[in-house]
Write a protein that binds this ligand. Structure first.
Ligand SMILES: [Zn+2]
Length: 259
């Protein structure tokens, strides 16, 4: 079937519309704000494609179509990539976790696998799921990557002094007084000429009884939590502990039994 056909789409702002969407092409849905573009894409197309696929592999999923549309033809499995993925979604989500295939794979590994280390207990599916405490890399919590401050992006000018860095981040007078006690002697020093250990403290803070001191990382995190747009000064770095796999090291000890 070369088309997806939908009859009676009516969730949210959609007023009982019928439409045909060609397959094997890039199709854009356009319209004024509130016209139901996202409802059509996410609540109807994506939801129904996902639900049909999950039902086909024996997983009961989602709602019936009753409240969303009358009938649909030609839909295949769907994957949705939404806006603001960094903020809203779980970064461990993949096609494998969303569809449940990862769990099935873990069950197969756990039942047919053989522990190479004879002293270890029986295999649990959790060992093979990077989304569980047993199976995930603890350094990156299973993400395979982490976000780090991109200092070159944040402070591009080699002559910007430490004080100017704080002022550009709108550090309040109160915090500036605290910082002055610690780093006052470096306030006029260009950030990029700070001694390495001081630079590290300025960026990531010091820890006292597990409490992080006021630092650039905290300033940016506070700004992020207030909804300010700081994403561009972060860069994605591959986790060195798991080389980006997201899984715990111990998984290496196991392999599928030869049969
Ligand atoms: Zn990792």
């Amino acid at each position: 079937m070369e088309e997806i056909k939908i009859w009676g789409a009516r969730i949210h702002n959609l007023k009982n519309i019928n439409l045909t969407i060609p397959k094997r092409g890039l199709v854009a849905i356009t319209g004024i704000s509130g016209s139901g573009k996202s409802s059509l894409a996410f609540d109807i197309l994506f939801e129904e494609g996902k639900n049909q696929y999950l039902r086909s592999i024996g997983i009961l999923a989602g709602l019936d179509n009753e409240d969303r549309f009358n009938t649909m033809e030609g839909i295949g499995p769907t994957v949705a990539v939404r806006q603001n993925t960094i903020r809203l979604s779980n970064p461990r989500s993949t096609v494998g976790t969303k569809t449940g295939i990862l769990n099935q794979l873990a069950l197969i590994y756990a039942s047919d696998g053989k522990a190479l280390d004879e002293n270890s207990e029986h295999l649990s599916p959790g060992f093979f799921l990077y989304t569980t405490a047993d199976g995930m890399c603890l350094s990156c919590q299973g993400r395979g990557f982490y976000y780090d401050i991109n200092l070159k992006q944040l402070i591009p000018d080699k002559t910007t002094s430490l004080l100017e860095v704080y002022k550009s981040l709108q550090v309040t007078d109160g915090f500036l007084r605290i910082l002055k006690k610690k780093y006052g002697m470096y306030f006029e020093t260009p950030f990029w000429e700070l001694p390495e250990d001081i630079k590290g403290q300025v960026v990531y803070g010091t820890y006292d009884n597990g409490k992080q001191s006021y630092c650039l990382e905290r300033i940016l995190r506070n700004a992020y939590e207030k909804g300010e747009d700081v994403e561009e000064v972060y860069e994605e770095k591959i986790c060195t502990a798991c080389q980006g796999r997201g899984s715990a090291k111990k998984r290496k000890k196991y392999s599928l039994a030869e049969s």
